[in-house]
Ligand binder design. Structure first.
Ligand code: AHR
Length: 644
């Protein structure tokens, strides 16, 4: 567990600053700014998860959406005078966790055979010359090998890439083929045609670009993952949000259902009104964290479901359902098993499963979240206590993050805080979505927080919008998070990703379609803070007219490089002067890197015009005393070297 009482003196020694005791640098959290990923807005399937086939395992169901079923997003095709039939079956599945599959019965091949077609998530985007790996499981039902043609086709039937295959087993067997399109398309479909007579069962039909992020198998969409990596987050919280505690007990996110071979994972309804394949599961989340140097922060249900379960989306609603007490020991064991899975040796029961998936070394999990903005009821408190005590007893070094409701104040907030303080929960997760004016009016929120109580993880926050005005209100607020980085241990904007035409929640940090991504001003603010985090906060470096409530500023220092980092925010529509006094630093290099994000108050980026607003970097001259004019509507980050 993190030792929050460690003296700041050791940390500040040797940073090259001569200050009076009152202005001593203050140690701030090493994990202050990170990311929150939730599978909302098609963030996972159809988004960050690079799978191109939609409903690859025929597990879509009316539970996800009334109009959906096992054959949704597939089309049965019989080109060239072929005939036969197709059926969805469940009597001999690949795995009981994955019950549905299809059977194609080809009676007459005609010119082309019979088969199926999948347009992916709104059409597949494929690039000319890139390779895509097709895989599927098949079982011959009529003895003899069955031949297949697999291709990528345009909506008009132009073949972009094609391969032939032949089956060789009456048991389920995996087949693969590489498809390299001759031309690009953003509306391609995958077509699988059986080209010999006979009966064939098919399941888990998957198509991945070879160029996933870091070329990981079962990996992530490279451009989206890269945009997240560039934020250099200190941590990633996943997989939600409301997705975690789910729509009723049966819909809670169960981490064990999301590991192992994809055909063995248990798919389910997504609380946001679509389907989760769990293809982006715990292994992939942990691997991504490791790939980008972020600490994983998995959040597990506190054994109660979302209070909005059953569609009761209103303040104070009590759709919360709890895991029965008789099942709690099993549930607690699942939580403990996650820690063994992440950190145990490859010889342990759960560590062995991690190793079998390809990661023999532990993932070094430090944090675990229990609960997501749950209603603070007796059922919640009882169960949280049981989980909390069990984790603390077995894994005292894990830092547990508790939860204090969905709002910055009110009943659940007060009850949640009292409960957490009573149990000495190390960190609690606050959530709030507010107008920009609220953020500007609450820059002092954490100044008065009691430093001896639980620390804060501001796990979800955003001002309502994606304009520059919204982003700058968040920037101003983030200077206050830095100033209070001794009590605010972590913070993450929410939500992260949103797919065009599949968005349930706005604003979001990154918008995308199958081809493009749009980085919002809010993204750039997060990036400018996150890539310039410090280890200590230094008071009284920046001064300005204290009565001007449109301004905010912070100064941190990074111990590793010795760099001093200034963040200067002007949310007003007039340029404003700020004075920077670096006289107390032993040495200051004459040039610094300055990054400015500025524009019109209502400026925002769109998928059509993604660069309307973006930060501009330059090298500037600096001295010990700087008179800075902060442009109207701007965030400026100045990074000054103190070592040559
Ligand atoms: O971020 C969107 C949603 O907001 C999260 O799922 C939930 O925790 C909060 O209410």
């Amino acid at each position: 567990m993190i030792d929050f009482r460690k003296s700041t003196l050791a940390v500040i020694a040797g940073i090259g600053l001569m200050l009076s005791a009152a202005a001593q640098p203050k140690k701030i959290s090493p994990d202050l700014f990170g990311l929150f990923f939730e599978d909302i807005n098609y963030a996972a399937d159809g988004g960050l998860y690079a799978e191109l086939v939609q409903n690859r395992s025929f597990e879509y169901s009316p539970t996800d959406r009334q109009e959906w079923g096992p054959f949704s997003f597939w089309e049965y095709i019989t080109p060239g005078f072929s005939y036969g039939s197709i059926q969805v079956e469940t009597n001999h599945p690949v795995n009981p966790n994955n019950p549905h599959y299809i059977v194609l019965n080809v009676e007459h091949v005609g010119d082309a055979g019979i088969g199926i077609k999948n347009p992916g998530f709104d059409g597949m985007t494929v690039k000319a010359g890139d390779t895509y790996t097709l895989s599927f499981l098949a079982r011959q039902l009529t003895g003899a090998p069955i031949s297949l043609s697999v291709s990528l086709q345009t909506p008009k039937g132009k073949i972009l890439a094609e391969q032939s295959l032949s089956t060789s087993s009456s048991d389920w067997k995996k087949y693969t083929a590489s498809l390299t399109p001759s031309a690009a398309s953003d509306s391609a479909s995958l077509v699988i045609l059986v080209t010999s007579t006979g009966k064939l069962a098919l399941d888990v039909i998957s198509l991945f670009p070879e160029k996933t992020f870091k070329r990981r198998p079962n990996g992530l969409r490279a451009d989206l993952a890269q945009a997240l990596a560039e934020i250099k987050p200190k941590f990633i919280r996943f997989p939600g949000g409301c997705l975690v505690h789910g729509d009723g007990v049966g819909n809670m996110y169960k981490w064990k259902n999301t590991i192992g071979p994809i055909e063995q994972r248990i798919e389910q309804k997504n609380i946001w009104g679509y389907h989760q394949t769990a293809g982006l599961g715990y292994y992939e989340y942990f691997q991504f964290c490791e790939d980008i140097g972020a600490k994983p922060l998995p959040v597990l249900p506190a054994a109660v479901s979302c209070q909005n379960s059953g569609g009761t989306w209103r303040i104070g609603s009590t759709g919360q359902k709890a895991i029965p007490m008789d099942d709690m020991q099993n549930y607690i064991q699942d939580v403990l098993d996650l820690i063994e899975w992440a950190n145990g040796p490859a010889t342990s029961v759960w560590g062995a499963k991690r190793a079998a998936a390809g990661h023999a070394a532990p993932f070094n999990l430090e944090y675990i979240g229990i609960g997501n903005e749950d209603k603070i009821t007796p059922a919640f408190e009882e169960r949280f206590k049981m989980i909390y005590s069990a984790v603390k007893a077995k894994y005292p070094r894990i830092t547990i993050v508790g939860t204090v409701g969905p709002f910055p104040d009110g009943e659940d907030f007060s009850k949640g805080w009292a409960f957490a303080n009573n149990l000495s929960v190390p960190v609690v997760d606050e959530h709030y979505y507010k107008e920009p004016e609220w953020f500007m009016g609450h820059l002092d929120r954490y100044d008065a927080y009691d430093r001896s109580k639980s620390k804060v993880y501001l796990g979800e926050y955003a001002s309502w919008g994606n304009t520059l005005k919204n982003a700058l209100a968040e920037a101003a607020y983030m200077t206050s998070l830095e100033r209070n980085g001794d009590v605010v241990h972590m913070a993450s904007y929410a939500p992260l990703l949103a797919k065009k035409n599949h968005t349930q929640w706005k604003p979001d940090m990154i918008f995308f379609d199958n081809n493009n991504i749009c980085l919002t001003p809010n993204y750039y603010v997060q990036k400018m803070f996150s890539t310039h985090q410090g280890d200590v906060y230094i008071h009284r470096i920046v001064s300005y007219n204290a009565k001007d409530t449109t301004l905010a500023a912070s100064c941190v220092q990074d111990n590793k490089t010795g760099d001093v980092i200034l963040k200067l925010v002007n949310t007003g529509t007039q340029a404003r002067g700020m004075k920077i006094n670096l006289a107390n630093f032993k040495s200051i290099q004459p040039t610094a890197v300055q990054t400015i994000l500025t524009g019109a108050s209502d400026a925002q980026n769109t998928l059509e015009n993604p660069q309307a607003i973006a930060p501009v970097e330059s090298v500037i001259k600096v001295s010990r005393k700087i008179e800075y004019t902060a442009p109207a509507m701007s965030l400026t980050v100045i990074r000054i070297k103190t070592r040559s």
